[in-house]
Design a protein around this ligand. Structure first.
Ligand SMILES: NC(=O)c1ccc[n+]([C@@H]2O[C@H](COP(=O)([O-])OP(=O)(O)OC[C@H]3O[C@@H](n4cnc5c(N)ncnc54)[C@H](OP(=O)(O)O)[C@@H]3O)[C@@H](O)[C@H]2O)c1
Length: 286
């Protein structure tokens, strides 16, 4: 197992680049053997944060697929599992393969129990409220997360898809270890939340950091500066995108998705790539 530069998430030291498990669970996913090889490649490359969710599945009939896959891959890995932080989420449903929301406290409690079973653990390392549910007062959903932490079912609480106001509101109720919002070369509208997290030393996990499934391979077009910097450096455009995100603040821990060992091994190398001020300024302007 290689080591990679680390960052802190709620007091836990994790590799600066994590793994997003989603491409291995949605429709179009690889077979289980390849998915397990991909997770092992991430761990072997020094990744110690794996992000999944109960809703990473094809539909409700295989709800929890991602969590079961991560548990199976970890059980079959020969390295030090104690160093790996598994982050999952609750609050999304998958009726007939669609994406629904349920932020009711009773639902979150039940979802957490199911995630504990799927992961085969007594406490979830990082449990994230997946997305605010407009039908449920935000404070009620976060209150349920706080109770799960107080009950010892969850070690750290995170939020996902939230505004600065919501982060502030949640912090009145529970210690917020991380915020997971979309952020990538093509999607920069979370810069406000990123800056807030940096100022408050809350870990910020950019989701779809390469632009999303199916787009991760293409950082051309309007974003060709990433490819040009990459060519000059002799690395992939994806590494440049992740290194640019890492340079935004010491709290940033990107979680690139992968369904092949080669792609996560390449992305993991971004943890050691330092871009210069000129390169960063150029990428900021894109
Ligand atoms: N909180 C939320 O609401 C939310 C929403 C979306 C995603 N997420 C999380 O964020 C994670 C990442 O987002 P994502 O999976 O949607 O998209 P992404 O990380 O932007 O892109 C993933 C795709 O990029 C490709 N890729 C990764 N590294 C590469 C490399 N070095 N070179 C070339 N291609 C590369 C992968 O290809 P291969 O498949 O061929 O390996 C994969 O399909 C998810 O897995 C999930 O954990 C959270």
């Amino acid at each position: 197992m290689t080591t990679m530069p680390t960052r802190r998430l709620g007091g836990v030291e994790v590799g600066a680049v994590g793994l997003g498990e989603m491409p291995m669970s949605l429709a179009g996913r690889p077979d289980e053997a390849r998915a397990i090889r991909t997770i092992h490649a991430a761990l072997d490359a020094g990744v110690t944060l794996i992000d999944t969710a109960d809703a990473y599945c094809r539909d409700e009939s295989d709800f929890g697929h991602g969590e079961r896959l991560v548990a199976k891959a970890l059980a079959a890995w020969s390295g030090d599992r104690d160093r790996v932080l598994v982050a999952t989420k609750g609050g999304h449903t998958r009726p007939r393969g669609d994406w629904g929301l349920d932020g009711r406290p009773e639902y979150l409690r039940q979802a957490c129990e199911a995630s504990l079973r799927a992961l085969g653990v007594e406490a979830i390392g990082l449990y994230q409220f997946h997305r605010p549910d407009p039908k449920v007062p935000f404070a009620e959903s976060v209150g349920a997360m706080a109770e799960l932490k107080a009950a010892g079912k969850v070690r750290l609480v995170g939020l996902s898809n939230v505004s600065v106001d919501q982060i502030r509101q949640a912090r009145q109720l529970v210690e917020v270890a991380s915020v997971q919002n979309e952020f990538s070369p093509r999607f920069r509208r979370s810069e406000g939340e990123l800056a807030f997290c940096a100022a408050q030393r809350i870990a910020f996990l950019p989701w779809s950091p390469l632009g999303g499934i199916g787009r991760g391979g293409s950082l051309g077009g309007r974003h060709r500066a990433f490819a040009e910097v990459a060519e000059a450096r002799g690395v992939s455009p994806q590494q440049v995108a992740l290194a640019w995100e890492l340079a935004k603040a010491p709290v940033v821990i990107p979680i690139p998705g992968a369904s092949r060992p080669e792609t996560i091994a390449d992305s993991a190398a971004a943890a050691g790539l330092r871009l210069g001020a000129d390169e960063l300024a150029r990428l900021d302007r894109v």
